[in-house]
Design a protein around this ligand. Sequence first.
Ligand code: CO
Length: 134
Amino acid sequence: MIGKLNHVAIAVNDITAAASVYRDTLGATVTEAIDLPEHGVTTVFIELPNTKIELLQMLGEGSPIERFIEKNPAGGIHHICYEVDDIAQAISKLKSDGATVLGDGEPKIGAHGKPVIFLHPKDFCGTLIELEQV
Ligand code: CO
């Protein structure tokens, strides 16, 4: 069902400093920071030859990464995103297998303008998983 690794997301306290580490120290191609108020995060993408790294910083009240940053003040890997061809089919298979789809279980439009869902870490080796329909 899952296809390519679309991105690995790292939650950070200071996205400017984190982007500088990737651009200046690691020599990667780094996009400008974009505020996504509807998602409660500011994002920067690191473009690698085979995948992307998504840096996430809290934006506004009630950000979905607030608790993660409280528990991991230095930042850390927040989720990994796999591509799927058909997100509706993926959701129905996952639900029938007993996996927990977060939120209301319906796809939302994610940071790339494509439908995404998140899956509870308890079902997937302790890792928060995002599925994105490509
Ligand atoms: Co993501």
